[in-house]
Structures are given as structure tokens and as C-alpha cells.
Write a protein that binds this ligand. Structure first.
Ligand code: C2E
Ligand code: CA
Ligand code: CA
Length: 597
């Protein structure tokens, strides 16, 4: 806009102004137009910050020292800007140094006259537009100038308002509104940057994903508001123990992702993971109904894992799902064997029928022992798939793929038949040990299961005593349909087959099930056993499980005993039976024979 003595407004300038979308350039055009129009030297915009502060944001034509003011905020009661803000109208001073608003720095900078005009939107002062003269103004602003100032101030207000809205939208676009954690977009942004930095600085980074094992149960039993509140609690607890440079994101539902950058040693990652698992053991709920939470966590480490950003997240996810399938309440590092299970999931479903028919499935057996003496009392059948291309696959690598009800039922039928066949072989050799088998969720819901079991028992050529068979139901799946589970347990027991509740302690209100489900034994989840010597809270939990089981006349058995120290603690707590690597890993039938007898 050219200098306009008449004070009328240059429409060309206005056109340029309203079309400008960038707030910085917008202010530059507005300030230049206004300063030229008024014969001033420069202008600045000071924005209001909470609480009661102002900060310089944009400058036009001001001496260099002014620019450094942007680094600090100052009281919104100070000087001419403060006065205009609280008067909510423009104030013009011609002899700045003598005015009541004079501030020494500005006087020293040579400021001769100044105009401050509040920028309003929605009835709030958003900012102060300041126009500065470093010479005595040639003329005082007239009525047309006042209109011009009001108009430009108004434009600046609209632009600033739009800018704030866009900022907020951008914030929202990068964050999860429920918990305030980063969202998927921001996570990938940070991950990409971190991957570049990791290579340049020769550091590691970890991509971790986790979700809450029984979140659905929490929503169902406690209501969605409590579920949402738990997600926020999870965000706050995890945020508290990571560094500001790490990124926590919520990817949807109850799934979170965490990016740990700038890692020097692998052990650092494990430490963080251990702490996350600890702080997320929350008892959530009301005074009368509390649900114990635990998480399943998967992670992968770059550049050990060489995938791109999407692949890294996918790999962490794969490990997380495997952790969940292995019973939850645990963390797993991604391995290539898991990639195989993810990549070939589709194939595995198709191949499973063939595997069953062609005898590619085998049951390994892990001894179950009297822990004080090591005497073997039974053996738990754990399935393995001797895959012609992929080698020996263990359940976490393929169970997910074949969880489809039809396949699981066929699998369960095969497992029963196989376990009974080995029982017969063993009994023929005079060994009267028990067998335990794992049952899938579909069988719990299948009314015909016990009939199948009865017929298989009757059909086995050597008369097998049903008392030598025990079935294991994962606590978690048993309580999805507790009535169906109860019916199944009663039917099995009527046949003489004993029933154990597997992965005990990972479900909700576990101790209640001792009363409501007519089971013979519980198998304390190996997540608790693993923490026994480190985590006092777990010691108390395990002790209460053992004591409660004793009170109900139910056997307690510990899973995953790996050290003598854990074993001694369990013995002292009154636990009689257990299994774990301390005694023996899952073995083939022949090795079991050689090892145990
Ligand atoms: P589970 O029933 O809890 O089986 C125990 C798992 O812990 C087994 O994993 C076993 O190898 C592992 N384990 C045993 N001792 C230790 C130890 O000292 N430390 C550690 N860290 N782990 C130990 P596996 O064989 O991979 O089986 C995983 C899960 O797959 C089983 O968990 C079970 O839920 C399921 N599964 C296994 N076989 C069958 C089956 O024939 N049918 C069905 N439906 N599910 C099965
Ligand atoms: Ca089991
Ligand atoms: Ca278990």
C-alpha cells in the first residue's frame, strides 16, 4: 500500500492481506501496510499467554535488539501494551519517554511514539498490536486512521484466531484425544526420525507395543468410563517412567506403542520394560469390585531388526500377540520365527488339515513334579508342529492361525487321542503316571466335547482309567463363558477326569473361581512365579492363591519354576506341585522316558 495522506484504505493491500494464509507473512503485510499508512517505523505483535503474560511473536521494521525480546514473556500489566490490554482499547502516546507507560529499555532504544491496539476475538484479548515511531510523528492519527487501525487490528484478530484453531487441530491430529498420548501419525514421524539418528549415532532404538490383557473384561464389568479412565492412568504411569525424548502413543483400543530412542545397551530396554510391567499391575475398579490388570508386551530392536518403520511396528505387534497367546502377563522380543508365523499365517491355516492327517503334529511332554522331592507325578502334553519347511514350531507360532473353532476342535480331539495312546503305552510298561492335556476355548463352548471325550476313552483299546487323565482350561477362556465352563468341568469330573485351571491369577477376581468352578487344581501362572524372588507383591499374591486353594481343598501347582530359589520359596509357602525348566523342559516321549525313569 502506498502512503495515503487522505487515510482511505488501499483495496489492493486488503486483497493481498485476506489471501495470505501464513500467519507470519500475514502479519508482515499488515504491519508494513499499517506502518506505512501511519508514517511509523515498525510494528510488533505481542500475544497473550497464560497466566497474565505477554510475549513478542512477530516483528516488522524494528531494531535488532527488539527481536531478542521474543525469548521472554513479561507481565501483561507492564507498559503501554499492558494498559491497552486492560483498557481493551487502543492507546496512542506521542512523547513516549514522558508518558506514564515509559519503560527504560524502550526509551533507550529511541522509541519516540507508540500505539498499542488490543486484538480481540470472541470477546477476548488475544494479542496487542504495537506500532512504533523512532522519530517524532509528522501528524497525529485522524478519524480515518483510527478506522484503518481498527480494521487491521480486526484482521489480525481473525488471522490469529484461525492460527490458534489450526494449531489446536494440528495438536489433535497428532494426539489421541482420550489420553493425550501421541497418535499413530506422530509415532511414525518420530520413529522415522529416530531410525535415521540411530544409524548416524550408532545407537539402538526399541519399538514396544503393549495392551491390557483383560481390557474387555474391565469395560464389561466396570463400564466404559472406568475403562477410559484406566487408559489415561496407563498413559500417565508409563509417561512418568520414560524420558521426555521417548514417545508414547495410543494406537487404538487398549493398544499402546512406545519408542525408546538413543539406547546404548540392550539391558536398558529390558529395564524399562520390566518397570512398565510393574507399574501397570493395577487393581482397577471400585471398593467392591476390583480387577487386576496385567499387560502383554512385544518389542523389537533396531537396527538389529532391519525392517522399515511399518515392519518394526508390525514385528513388535507380532511378538505382543504371541505374548498374549502364551497366556498374557509377559513380554516377548520379536524373533524371525515369529515373522514366519505372521507371514505364513494364511498358509498355516490351510496346511493344518494336512499336518493333522500326515502326522506332523507331536505332543511333547513336560514332567509335573512334587517340588520338594522332584518325583514325577504326571506329564503335561504340549503340542509341537514338525513343519516340513519351517522346522519345529511351538504353539505361539501357529496356535493363533488355527484358533478358528473348526480346527481347534479337531486339534483337541487329536490331542486327547494322542495323550490316551501314550498313556496306554506307558501303562503297558507298568508306569502308572497321569497325563495332562490343554484344551482350547472352542471345546469349552462345545457341548459335544465331553461326549467325544467319553467315546475316545471307551474306544481306546487298553482300558484306560479316566482318573489318569487331567485337562487344563486356561482361566481366561474359562471365565469368558463361566456357565459353559462349569458344565464342562462337572461333565469331565463325572467321567473321572480331573480339571485344572491353567494360567491362574491372570483372569479377573481369580480367587472367586476357586469357589464357583468345581476344579481339582490351579496352575499358578508362570508370570507370578518368575517374579517371586524379585517382587514382594507377587510373593503375597502367590501366597494368597496357595492358601485360598488349600482352604477350598484344591491342589495348587506352580508353572515355570526356573530356579532353586523360586522352588524353595514355593515349598515354604505350602505349594506341593509344579513344573518348569528347573526340573525339565518339554521333552519328546522318548526323552521323557529316558530322563524320568
Ligand atoms: P501353558 O499350558 O501355560 O504351557 C506352559 C508353557 O510354558 C509351555 O509353552 C512350556 O514350554 C513353557 N514352560 C514350561 N516350563 C517353563 C519354564 O520354566 N520357564 C518358561 N519361561 N517357560 C516354561 P509352550 O509349549 O510354548 O505352550 C504355550 C501355550 O500353548 C501353552 O501354555 C498352552 O496354553 C498352549 N498349548 C500347548 N499345547 C497345547 C495343546 O495341545 N492344545 C491346546 N489347546 N493348547 C496348547
Ligand atoms: Ca497348560
Ligand atoms: Ca499355563
Amino acid at each position: 500500500m502506498g502512503k495515503n495522506e487522505s487515510g482511505s484504505i488501499d483495496t489492493d493491500f486488503l486483497h493481498r492481506l485476506v489471501r495470505e494464509l501464513d500467519i507470519g507473512r500475514f502479519f508482515h503485510i499488515a504491519a508494513e501496510g499499517l506502518a506505512t499508512h501511519l508514517g511509523a517505523d515498525g510494528a510488533a505483535l505481542m500475544v497473550c499467554e497464560k497466566p497474565d503474560r505477554l510475549r513478542y511473536r512477530f516483528f516488522h521494521g524494528l531494531p535488532a535488539p527488539y527481536q531478542s525480546l521474543a525469548a521472554h514473556s513479561f507481565s501483561d500489566r507492564l507498559g503501554l501494551a499492558g494498559a491497552a490490554l486492560h483498557a481493551r482499547e487502543p492507546i496512542f502516546v506521542t512523547d513516549y519517554a514522558k508518558s506514564p507507560y515509559a519503560l527504560p529499555e524502550y526509551v533507550a532504544s529511541g522509541l519516540k511514539a507508540s500505539l498499542c491496539s488490543p486484538v480481540m476475538a470472541d470477546g477476548r484479548v488475544l494479542a496487542i498490536l504495537a506500532v512504533s515511531w523512532f522519530h517524532i510523528p509528522k501528524r497525529l492519527p485522524g478519524p480515518a486512521d483510527t478506522r484503518m487501525i481498527a480494521l487491521i487490528t480486526d484482521f489480525v484478530g481473525t488471522a490469529l484466531h484461525r492460527y490458534h484453531t489450526e494449531q489446536r487441530l494440528r495438536e489433535l491430529a497428532m494426539h489421541d484425544p482420550l489420553t493425550g498420548a501421541a497418535n499413530r501419525n506422530l509415532f511414525f514421524d518420530r520413529l522415522n526420525h529416530a531410525m535415521t539418528m540411530a544409524i548416524r549415532r550408532e545407537r539402538l532404538l526399541a519399538v514396544i507395543t503393549f495392551d491390557i490383557d483383560n481390557f474387555k473384561m474391565i469395560n464389561d464389568k466396570l463400564g466404559h468410563a472406568m475403562g477410559d479412565a484406566l487408559l489415561l492412568e496407563v498413559r500417565l504411569r508409563v509417561q512418568d517412567l520414560i524420558r521426555a525424548s521417548d514417545t508414547l502413543a495410543r494406537l487404538g483400543g487398549d493398544e499402546f506403542a512406545l519408542l525408546l530412542e538413543d539406547v546404548n545397551r540392550y539391558a536398558e530396554i529390558e529395564t524399562v520394560i520390566e518397570r512398565i510391567r510393574q507399574v501397570l499391575r493395577i487393581r482397577w475398579g471400585t471398593a467392591t469390585l476390583q480387577i487386576a490388570t496385567s499387560i502383554s508386551l512385544g518389542f523389537t530392536v533396531y537396527p538389529v531388526d532391519t525392517g522399515d518403520d511399518q515392519t518394526l511396528l508390525h514385528h513388535a505387534d507380532t511378538a505382543m500377540y504371541d505374548a498374549k497367546r502364551a497366556g498374557g502377563n509377559r513380554s516377548l522380543l520379536f524373533t524371525n520365527a515369529m515373522a514366519l508365523s505372521a507371514a505364513h499365517k494364511g498358509d498355516l491355516i490351510l496346511e493344518f488339515g494336512r499336518a493333522l492327517e500326515q502326522g506332523e503334529l507331536v505332543l511333547y511332554y513336560q514332567p509335573m513334579v512334587e517340588i520338594a522331592t522332584g518325583r514325577v507325578i504326571s506329564a503335561e502334553g504340549l503340542i509341537r508342529w514338525r513343519h516340513p519347511n519351517h522346522g519345529l514350531l511351538s504353539p505361539p507360532q501357529f496356535m493363533g492361525a488355527i484358533e478358528h473353532a473348526y480346527n481347534s476342535l479337531k486339534l483337541d480331539a487329536w490331542v486327547i487321542a494322542e495323550a490316551l495312546a501314550t498313556l496306554a503305552r506307558w501303562q503297558a510298561r507298568g508306569i502308572m503316571k497321569k497325563r495332562h492335556i490343554n484344551l482350547s476355548t472352542s471345546s469349552i463352548e462345545n457341548h459335544r466335547f465331553c461326549e467325544t471325550l467319553r467315546r475316545t476313552l471307551a474306544a481306546s483299546f487298553a482300558a484306560i482309567d479316566p482318573h489318569s487323565l487331567g485337562i487344563e482350561l486356561v482361566e481366561w477362556s474359562a471365565i469368558q463363558d463361566i456357565d459353559a465352563a462349569r458344565a464342562l468341568i462337572m461333565d469331565c469330573r463325572a467321567l473321572g477326569v480331573s480339571v485344572a485351571l491353567d494360567d491362574f491369577g491372570t483372569g479377573y477376581a481369580s480367587l472367586q473361581h476357586l469357589r464357583s468352578l468345581p476344579i481339582d487344581s490351579i496352575k499358578i501362572d508362570r508370570g507370578f512365579v518368575g517374579e517371586l524372588t524379585r517382587e514382594p507383591a507377587d510373593r503375597i499374591l502367590v501366597q494368597s492363591m496357595i492358601s485360598a486353594a488349600q482352604a477350598f481343598g484344591i491342589e495348587a501347582m506352580a508353572e515355570g519354576i526356573e530356579t532353586e530359589e523360586q522352588n524353595q520359596l514355593l515349598i515354604a509357602m505350602g505349594c506341593k506341585y509344579g513344573q518348569g525348566y528347573l526340573f525339565a523342559p518339554p521333552l519328546t516321549e522318548e526323552s521323557l522316558w529316558v530322563t524320568c525313569f
